[in-house]
Design a binder for this molecule. Structure first.
Ligand SMILES: [Zn+2]
Length: 215
C-alpha cells in the first residue's frame, strides 16, 4: 500500500507542467501507480493549476483523468522507442520510465549501483536509478537543493520512516540521512536531484570523487 505521496504543491506544479523534466518523471512514476494522486492531479489540471481553496468535492470534467493518463502513459513513436537495459528486465518498470533512455549502471560497492536516466528534453536536474541489495546502508549524506524519490521496487527506511513500492519521498538540504535496505528486500528507486548528494565522512567522499561525483 502506498503511504507517502507528493505534497499538494508538488502535484500542482506537476499538473501545470512547471516541474523540470527529471522531477516530472519521478512524480509521473508515482502518479502512474497511485489512484489518489492521479485523480488529485486531474482535478488540479482541470482547475488550471490553481490551488483549491474549497473543501467541497470538486467536479472533474470528463476528460481530465484521461488527459492525466495520456500524459503519464504517453508512448513515443516507434523511432523514438528505447529498449530498457538488461539489468532492468527483472523489475516491473512503470510506463513513464520505460520511454526514457537508461545509461550504463555503475557499481559503487558490491551491493549498490547507480544508472543515469537521460530524460528528454534535457533535464535541469540529475535523474538516475539507484539500486541497493539486501542488508545495505547507503553512506550518510545530505542534499544540495531538492531531491524527489519514487520507490520502484522493494523498500528502504531512514530517520523519516519506512518506504515501500510506489512511495514518494521529498528531501532537501535540511535532511541528513543514511537510507537502509533491510534483509527482507532489495530496493530500486528513481531519483531526481538538483545536484549530487553531499556525502558525509571521508571514505564515502573519496569514493564519490573517484566515481566522478556523478551522484
Ligand atoms: Zn499518491
Amino acid at each position: 500500500m502506498i503511504r507517502y505521496h507528493p505534497s499538494l504543491e508538488i502535484l500542482e506544479a506537476y499538473a501545470r507542467g512547471a516541474l523540470n523534466a527529471g522531477s516530472a518523471l519521478v512524480v509521473a512514476c508515482h502518479v502512474h501507480g497511485c489512484a489518489v494522486c492521479r485523480s488529485e492531479a486531474a482535478i488540479l489540471e482541470d482547475a488550471g493549476g490553481a490551488f483549491l481553496q474549497d473543501t467541497t468535492p470538486a467536479a472533474v470534467s470528463g476528460d481530465a483523468l484521461e488527459r492525466i493518463f495520456t500524459r503519464i502513459d504517453d508512448v513515443p513513436p516507434p523511432s523514438a522507442r528505447v529498449k530498457a537495459p538488461g539489468f532492468l528486465e527483472r523489475f516491473s518498470v512503470p510506463a513513464p520510465l520505460r520511454r526514457q533512455r537508461v545509461g550504463f549502471r555503475r557499481w559503487v560497492t558490491p551491493n549498490i549501483w547507480f544508472a543515469p536516466v537521460h530524460v528528454r528534453p534535457k533535464p535541469e536536474a540529475l535523474t538516475y536509478l539507484v539500486y541497493a541489495g539486501k542488508n545495505t546502508t547507503l553512506a550518510r549524506h545530505t542534499h544540495r537543493g531538492q531531491e524527489f524519490t519514487s520507490v520502484l521496487y522493494g523498500r528502504f527506511s531512514d530517520e523519516s520512516g519506512a518506504f515501500g513500492p510506489g512511495d514518494f519521498a521529498q528531501t532537501d538540504e535540511s535532511v541528513e540521512h543514511a537510507p537502509a535496505v533491510m534483509s527482507d528486500s532489495e530496493c530500486l528507486c528513481l531519483i531526481s536531484a538538483d545536484a549530487p548528494m553531499q556525502l558525509l565522512g571521508l571514505p564515502a567522499r573519496i569514493i564519490q570523487t573517484m566515481t566522478g561525483s556523478l551522484y
